[in-house]
Design a protein around this ligand. Structure first.
Ligand code: TXA
Ligand code: MG
Length: 320
């Protein structure tokens, strides 16, 4: 790890600039979360509807606890899953230094301690909450390499810290702990079963009041139309395959996991969607993916990629 690169990244962030950084899930578009102007730059760079709240990142739980009020359940979940791919939505402290823009008008804040060594090194050097949505233009597939970030955001970011491909490849699970019952706002890298083992049955966002208005089904959309549950494929289609026996005949095939392994499939999902999303084809056919474990989050992202553009959200989970 390049210490001077980390120091430079932290200096840029302190000066209010944007720095993209790797996490174990996807690359984040980082800004000093205590600086309103810097946070506003995130929305501008992503072209994101400003009512969608941002996750804030910390080097350790104690730092997150200075910004939000933990419940006993939040403590148990943090104990088990941090550092890692779980975002907890908790009530903001009255004296929180985090920009209200990160909460997008809600009285809650999303907090997470990531596991990636570069992210942790950056957070320690910065020593402030780091706002970090996925580092893609709004509505596009999340970046899992530094190259993806440069393609999507180019010179809108001062620096891209390159940590190689993200090992998990799917965004964090977002769990809302502000109500009576924990709500799964976005299925993600930590599975429902893992959470329910500690938290009991999870509610879905539809069951409570709508917590975040920025819900568009067509987030994560590639340019080509997506056809789900494909058992055959046309010669003018690309095929996103899964498992040992993909149908033959596609213009181009990428297999998420020939062995049928959901962890491997998650790690490849966004990079393969991008690679297949090239002009000249009719669309991308996607083979059925099992819904167990990480399959819930994978199928959620694929449904969004397939949804008509701009449609309101009919299913659990949150975009962007
Ligand atoms: O894996 C990840 O979570 C990545 C890495 C960079 O940490 N970040 C990420 O952030 O995916 P973003 O902003 O693209 O997605 C955050 C999701 C959004 O759907 C947002 O609406 C939801 O979390 N969220 C954040 N804070 C929230 C809050 N206070 N209340 C409700 N939803 C919130
Ligand atoms: Mg995102």
């Amino acid at each position: 790890m390049d210490e001077s690169e980390i120091r430079r990244a932290a200096e840029l962030l302190r000066a209010g600039d944007l720095v993209a950084f790797p996490t174990e899930t996807v690359y984040g578009l980082g800004a000093d979360a205590t600086n309103d102007t810097a946070v506003a730059r995130i929305f501008a760079a992503k072209g994101r509807p400003s009512f969608n709240p941002l996750i804030t990142h910390y080097a350790e739980r104690a730092a997150a606890q200075r910004q939000v009020r933990f419940t006993p359940l939040a403590e148990r979940l943090a104990e088990r899953f941090w550092p890692g791919s779980l975002t907890l939505v908790l009530p903001r402290r009255r004296d929180s230094e985090v920009s209200l823009l990160c909460s997008a008008g809600l009285d809650s804040l999303g907090v997470r301690v990531p596991r990636h060594p570069l992210a942790l090194a950056l957070l320690r050097a910065l020593d402030r909450p780091l706002a970090g949505p996925s580092a893609n233009p709004s509505g596009r597939v999340s970046p899992t390499t530094a190259e993806h970030v440069r393609e999507g955001l180019g010179d809108r970011v001062a620096l891209v810290l390159d940590g190689g491909p993200c090992p998990v490849g799917l965004e964090s699970t977002v769990l809302d702990l502000t109500g009576e019952r924990p709500l799964l706002l976005r299925p993600g890298a930590v599975t429902r079963a893992e959470l329910e083992a500690i938290a009991g049955p999870l509610g879905a966002p539809g069951e409570g009041p709508l917590k975040s208005p920025g819900l568009l089904a067509s987030h994560y959309a590639p340019s080509l139309p997506i056809r789900l549950e494909a058992s055959d494929v046309a010669t003018d289609e690309a095929l996103l395959a899964f498992g040992p026996n993909p149908p033959p005949g596609a213009a181009r095939t990428l297999n998420l996991s020939p062995a049928g392994d959901l962890v491997e499939a998650a790690a490849h999902l966004f990079a393969y969607l991008r690679a297949l999303d090239r002009p000249g084809l009719k669309g991308i056919a996607v083979m059925p993916i099992p819904t167990a474990g990480l399959g819930e989050a994978i199928n959620d992202r694929l449904r969004r990629a397939a949804a008509p553009r701009g449609q309101a959200l009919p299913i659990a989970g949150q975009p962007s």
